[in-house]
Design a protein around this ligand. Structure first.
Ligand code: 5RP
Length: 297
């Protein structure tokens, strides 16, 4: 039999090429991410919901410097049941390996810096995990603190840029976290500076705090997505209002910890935050949702 005899008829073969339909050249849904490589984009598209362009990350990494934080004493009992309601979990590799079920389909973003405890100068951090281990753990990203204005500012910036270089080699997004010293002013001017530095130095997204005045200038002057950090525990309505204002003013979601796991109904709270972030639910409606879910327990 000749090769020619096995070929399909010419007119049918031509139809299969659909030559009159140009291949689409889609962009990418996340700000500043359209020129990244496929693996990096794929990890970002697992962390951020491509439909809403936003994420609800659940931050439970606090133990890396403050031990068994209130609400995180038993991550197996308190946090594992919340995993279905988050878009991504932000945790340490120690907790991932020891407690988080490997069957989980959720993306895991790993805390990659550490060193000092709450008893010492917090900006004195180092990179605390190899990028090779993040790949081994199938992480969707890594997170690192940057202490702009802090005592070890330059070192923390170098930690981040080294991590970014390692991340670029394997397609791993780096989340730069603006860490603010206790005696520093938390205003839009400071966060514009810190977020922009983190983005300019190459982080694929930034975690920062909400400020009442001018948060939209923090997001608009940052060329990559910003996720809002939660901060200390607030009454539920205040936390939901803060999350609502952040996403309405340009945040691509939240990475919240204490305002979820220190709530007296963490499962109800994370579902209410999810509605605010992905469905633009108004804070009062989200509080109603929280109360309803809380009483269904
Ligand atoms: C500090 C961090 C934390 O370790 C944590 O993720 C903070 O979460 P929250 O303030 O919402 O409890 O990133 O900057």
């Amino acid at each position: 039999m000749t090769g020619h005899a096995t070929m399909p008829e010419a007119d049918i073969e031509g139809a299969r090429y659909q030559a009159d339909t140009p291949q689409a050249a889609p962009g990418f849904f996340l700000k500043g991410s359209h020129q990244l490589d496929w693996g990096m984009k794929n990890r970002l598209a697992r962390t951020f919901n491509p439909q809403s362009g936003r994420t609800v990350m659940l931050a439970v990494d606090h133990g890396y410097f403050q031990g068994p934080t209130t609400g995180l004493e038993r991550i197996d009992l308190a946090i594992v049941p919340l995993i279905p309601y988050c878009d991504a979990l932000f945790c340490t590799r120690g907790i991932l390996r020891s407690v988080i079920p490997a069957e989980s389909q959720k993306p895991m973003v790993l805390r990659a810096s550490g060193g000092p405890s709450i008893l010492k100068e917090l900006s004195d951090e180092q990179i605390a995990m190899d990028m090779e281990d993040a790949v081994r753990l199938n992480a969707a990203g890594v997170g690192i603190q940057v202490f702009v204005g802090g005592e070890f500012e330059t070192r923390s910036i170098h930690n981040m840029t080294k991590l970014i270089d390692a991340g670029l080699r394997v397609g791993m997004p780096v989340m730069g976290v603006t860490a603010v010293g206790t005696n520093m002013v938390r205003d839009a001017r400071y966060f514009r500076l810190a977020c922009r530095m983190i983005a300019e130095l190459g982080a694929q997204y930034v975690k920062t705090y909400f400020v009442d005045d001018g948060f939209e200038t923090v997001t608009s002057s940052c060329p990559v997505p910003i996720v809002m950090a939660g901060g200390k525990k607030l009454p539920e309505l205040d936390a939901l209002t803060m999350a609502y204002n952040a996403v309405q003013q340009g945040a691509a979601g939240v990475d919240m910890g204490r305002n979820i796991f220190q709530s007296d109904a963490p499962s109800a709270m994370i579902q209410a935050v999810h509605a605010v972030v992905h469905k633009n639910m108004k804070p009062k409606d989200a509080l109603d949702m929280f109360e309803t879910l809380k009483h269904q327990r």
